[in-house]
Design a protein around this ligand. Structure first.
Ligand code: ASP
Length: 289
């Protein structure tokens, strides 16, 4: 049984995605810091991670919710996953028009017997549980970026050729929080730029984009296909058997790189509130409280 203690206050670590250095790092850092500050006001770690993710999902500077990556058909589709140390899990994927995908993941965890809901039915479920739907997730900048790539106009084969030529990008958001007793991890994304319409990455897959158990929790970001193949978030938490969170994150990324050659980042938090973060990309901004 890992060391567990009731901490005096909520501890949280938040990330704003692993990838290339962002254009306005100072603004993004301020948003991440505010997100972490809001999170620690929460009573329960599940509410803390949602409080951290909401402002990031609303901010076009991050790849989740508004301003998120656009798929081959011009649509932004959001995915999220959330898990607690005692095995509550909710995930959603391929949702158009939903900014706060992590809130829908929470509803799946707390209101259904399921782990993952997808597509139109996930959107209907979100509306029924009071999450706002029908939002335009594009911005002038993302519409221009999509148009600049010369969108495919043929059938599935043309879309696939176009994806092979353009597929790129990362910058998802995630958070892990604990009060020393309960712990929750969550990740939210619009996926990767110029992916095939309907593509779903690591983020809503348990153990890939998010994971939590008695030892701690993790949220991953980066090349979702590689992260899913390796199971990055779960591996980072497993490594807490041997290491503290900082080394667990470092070791997980080293193993991930060896196994897949991919690019990613991961944040880790144990139930005593210690944090770790590692990446093999050029940048990954985090905030801790
Ligand atoms: N991992 C996300 C995905 O592949 C992208 C990201 O981290 O920004 O969907």
């Amino acid at each position: 049984m890992p060391f567990v203690c009731q901490l005096d206050f909520m501890h949280v670590i938040v990330h704003g995605g692993a990838g290339s250095p962002p254009e306005s790092p100072a603004d993004r850092q301020e948003t991440l810091t505010e997100a972490a500050e809001q999170a620690i006001e929460s009573e329960h770690p599940m509410n803390a991670v949602l409080a951290a993710l909401r402002p990031l999902e609303s901010d076009p500077a991050f790849n989740a919710g508004i301003g998120g990556a656009v798929q081959s058909d011009g649509e932004v589709r959001t995915d999220a996953g959330l898990m607690t140390h005692d095995g509550q899990i909710g995930a959603v994927c391929a949702m158009s028009g939903i900014v706060h995908a992590a809130d829908v993941a929470y509803s799946v965890a707390t209101e259904t017997p399921h782990v993952l809901l997808a597509g139109d039915e996930a959107i209907e479920f979100a509306a029924g549980s009071g999450v706002e739907t029908g939002r335009d997730l594009t911005t002038a900048e993302t519409r221009q970026r999509y148009e600049a790539a010369g969108p495919p106009d043929g059938g599935p084969a043309d879309h696939l050729d176009w994806v092979h030529a353009h597929f790129s990008g990362t910058d998802t958001v995630g958070a892990v929080a604990t009060d020393g007793d309960q712990l929750a991890a969550a990740t939210s994304t619009a996926g990767r730029w110029y992916a095939l319409a309907g593509r779903v990455g690591d983020v809503p897959q348990v153990g890939a984009g998010f994971y939590a158990d008695d030892r701690g929790g993790a949220s991953a970001t980066g090349e979702g296909e590689a992260i899913a193949r390796f199971g990055l978030a779960r591996r980072a938490v497993e490594l807490l058997d041997t290491y503290g969170p900082r080394q667990a994150a470092e070791e997980a990324i080293a193993e991930f790189e060896d196994a897949t050659g991919g690019r990613a980042g991961v944040i880790v938090l144990d139930r005593a509130g210690h944090t770790g973060a590692e990446r093999n990309t050029a940048a990954m901004q985090t905030a801790r409280r």
